[in-house]
Design a protein around this ligand. Sequence first.
Ligand SMILES: *Cc1c(COP(=O)(O)O)cnc(C)c1O
Length: 411
Amino acid sequence: MELKNFDPEITDAIQGEAGREENTLNLIASENYPSKAVLAAQGSLLQNKYAEGYPHRRYYGGCEFVDKVEEIAVDRAKKLFGSDHVNVQPLSGVPANMATFFSLANFGDTIMGLALPHGGHLSHGYSVSFSGKWFKSVNYQVERDTETLNYSNILKLAEAEKPKIIICGASAYSRKIQFDKFREIADKVGAYLVTDMAHIAGIVAAGLHQSPIPYADVVTTTTHKSLRGPRSAMIMCKSKWAENIDKWVFPGIHGGPHMHTIAAKAVCFKEALEPEFKGYINQVLLNAKTFENEFKKLGYRLVADGTDTHLLLVDLRSKKITGRDAEDVLTKASIIVNRNTIPYDPEKPLITSGIRIGTPAATTRGMKEPEIKKICNWIDKILTNPGDENTIKKVGTEVKELCKSFPVYNK
Ligand SMILES: *Cc1c(COP(=O)(O)O)cnc(C)c1O
């Protein structure tokens, strides 16, 4: 029986979400809209198949087609990123990091990642995450004045703490990260280097950000952010770590791989290998630069003074509005952003002084510089008059009109 006949409640929720995605402007830096081809693979009957193990070494019969799917996904990922070894089975970013840390370190060893309030990720050693509970976690930070990474200070901390693993990569850092410099630091202190490129994987795939592959022992990434694939992840590593990583993914922390999602990743990699993908990422970066220039013209201070990636962090203190209130009032006008701490934020993590703005999703809809300029001015109008219901309503109408001209799936 078809879903809509059998389960109208869930059908309604799905249709509601479809309408929300079409009619709101998504500036959440970690989200994107994968193609219908990716969604078709993700929603396919491949999800029915148990395939514990790896191609041609499964613990189940009947794996001839899913073996093919996984081999194609691995080959395309290798071609896209130039890695020696790829494991496409991790179910999401956090488990990819878990399998990686367990491969390289033991319970109680020291790991060193970027502090969460400075743009790092929960799974890089934060206290409430497995990574902070099972390892001794030390954090490096961005500098107070530049709000960027200072590699000689990171080296000093690494020399003092002697971590087993250094993690680089971030969820809210707007500047480029120099993976070669992290390699030098890791070599000086005898640490393994892990890069988590979740946010910037698409930019790396397009060749518009230094690739971590030559430098890091292990690279993890999600596939659903700038890479525009299904909600999932993968691990890439040097040959010497391949066996260890594979064993920690399965049977270490996972059971059966999600073959439908692996198929969707294969489709995503095929798309990212097309020349158009580079054009897309180029526009993502141009759109972020356009936001930077417009915000500066309007008198906003940007963390790290701007961006050279797909995202930027706006410091709202001069506008006398918190990140939480900005998020709430922009949502009323159908502009979706997330509140975000700024480095050394005086506000609590649930309040924050900033918002994070990303361009991958809007760029997928086809929006370019003229639209970004409009959007930035709408954001300013609202943040300058957060109590003015008329302004919110007016901007909301304009946002919906813009969304109609740039459909996501309703083409
Ligand atoms: C998004 C993100 C993850 C988490 O991925 P999930 O798929 O949500 O588990 C991990 N690391 C970084 C740096 C991220 O930005």
